[in-house]
Design a protein around this ligand. Structure first.
Ligand code: OOG
Ligand code: NI
Length: 466
């Protein structure tokens, strides 16, 4: 049984995300500007939308908003991925989803480390999009060999970080001082290194194979490449970026603007050009990898909803995925995606969390012994309310768009698309969780709780969802 003097995983994750944010603000000052901008936009939006504000508050979304962020890192070897998996587990972050980026011409595959429980997500949903380089997609065997030898020489986590991870695994948690030390050590893994581990020539060759290969292979550690705050109005953020001296990418990735947002919309600013010292050259080179991003989160979609989303996005993308013509096609295509909560729920397109309505302590009429009243009837009577469940994950096509924009927008590679989830999970040391199953379980937990409060011991499938 864990000792009560242990710091909870949620608290360690919050310390870590704060430390990462502080570090990134130092390293990339424009990130600080972005945080200011987003905080201002969120404040204005909440003031201008009292009804939406109340809904967000009721759904527990407001408290976490100011700490809510995701970041992204790119790892080089199976060993690094397996270690990362153990390290993030100390902070309650588990691998969710498998993303094959080779379809978009990026030689990596990825997962998102994030908390999964309702309370953990409410406390701090900090997520890290974590990619593993796929050297098998680099064509030149000599270059591949050189890259893997270079990677084999580095140790991205300090001995102390790994020792504290092992300690947490063995004793079931970390004490206050240990947790502090753990956070500082792990944060250090993701700092920027202006000193490359290779000669200028090697950097150039790897860079020519793919900029991302150079980004992963040539440095002593996997620098955090962006941290993303959550905005409530990404279109306002996009419009305001230039006035703060931030050059935003051309289009917002993801679904078009809607009354009831779905999934995820994202925009970013171009990567910085940072000076780099190579092991040989007297001259200083440069590297472009680190950038800023903003996101707006909407509701999680069911498999059916996601299939419709993918279909409509593909229709709009048929042709060029940029420019105003694309935005128009996107808006037109998504007219086929219902935009009112009842339809989204009744058609089983999105996930909802159910709860007793405020002040409905003694709801009108209890469920009969046969479970006679369905959830729909309870909703209609006003005794129960359904709130959309926020999407906590990523979108591979958007991720690819973000990758591309940071690669300068010109880079085009085509790899024979081949997802390799089994190999990824072998390297990770465990299976990734299925995000849809997590949303389904969250929805079902809320239904069970409502039915239990109404005097039903257990949910019956036929009463759970009519
Ligand atoms: C990760 C890009 C993916 C997102 O928000 O979709 C991502 C990367 O550039 O390493 O962060
Ligand atoms: Ni991102």
């Amino acid at each position: 049984m864990p000792s009560t003097s242990f710091v909870g995983a949620d608290a360690i994750r919050t310390q870590f995300s704060t430390a990462m944010s502080d570090m990134y603000r130092q390293e990339v000052p424009q990130y600080g500007t972005l945080l200011d901008l987003v905080a201002g936009i969120n404040r204005d939006w909440l003031e201008a939308h009292p009804a939406e504000r109340a809904a967000l508050e009721a759904a527990g979304e407001l408290d976490r908003l100011h700490v809510e962020r995701h970041g992204a890192i790119r790892l080089g070897t199976a060993q690094e991925l397996a270690q990362a998996c153990r390290v993030f587990a100390v902070m309650g972050m588990q691998p969710v989803g498998y993303y094959d980026l080779s379809v978009a011409g990026v030689p990596v595959h990825s997962t998102a480390f994030r908390p999964v429980g309702d309370e953990a997500l409410a406390a701090n949903p900090f997520r890290l999009f974590t990619s593993l380089l796929r050297l098998d997609l680099v064509a030149d065997p000599l270059l591949r060999e050189q890259a893997s030898e270079t990677l084999a020489r580095r140790h991205i986590f300090s001995e102390r970080a790994l020792a504290l991870t092992a300690r947490s695994e063995a004793q079931g948690g970390l004490e206050v001082a240990e947790a502090q030390e753990f956070v500082a050590e792990v944060c250090g893994t993701f700092r920027w290194h202006s000193q490359a581990t290779v000669a200028a020539d090697t950097y150039r060759q790897l860079h020519d194979a793919h900029r991302l290969v150079a980004d992963v292979v040539c440095f002593g550690g996997p620098h955090i490449n962006h941290l993303t705050p959550r905005t409530l109005d990404i279109d306002a953020a996009q419009r305001a970026m230039p006035s703060r001296g931030i050059a935003a990418k051309e289009v917002v990735e993801g679904p078009p603007p809607r009354r009831h947002p779905i999934l995820l919309r994202q925009t970013s600013f171009k990567a910085l050009v940072e000076p780099v010292h190579f092991t040989d050259a007297a001259s200083v080179g440069s590297h472009t990898a680190r950038f800023g991003e903003i996101e707006q989160r909407g509701m999680a979609l069911t498999r059916k909803g996601r299939a419709l989303y993918d279909h409509l996005l593909a229709t709009a993308r048929d042709g060029d995925g940029t420019g105003t013509a694309y935005e128009e096609r996107l808006t037109r295509a998504f007219e086929a995606f219902p935009d009112d909560l009842d339809t989204l729920r009744q058609e089983g397109l999105a996930f909802f969390r159910y709860r007793l309505a405020d002040g409905a302590a003694s709801p009108p009429g209890r469920l009969g012994a046969s479970g006679g009243r369905t959830l729909d009837a309870l909703l209609a009577s006003g005794a129960v309310v359904a709130e959309p469940i926020t999407y906590e994950d990523f979108l591979p096509v958007s991720a690819a768009g973000i990758f591309q924009s940071n690669l300068g927008g010109t880079e085009q590679r085509s790899y024979a698309a081949n997802a390799a989830q089994a190999a990824f999970e072998r390297d990770l040391g465990r299976a990734v969780l299925d995000e849809i199953a997590l949303y389904e379980a969250a929805q079902q937990r809320s239904i069970d709780a409502v039915l239990a409060q109404l005097g039903h011991c257990a949910a019956r499938p036929e009463t759970a969802l009519a």
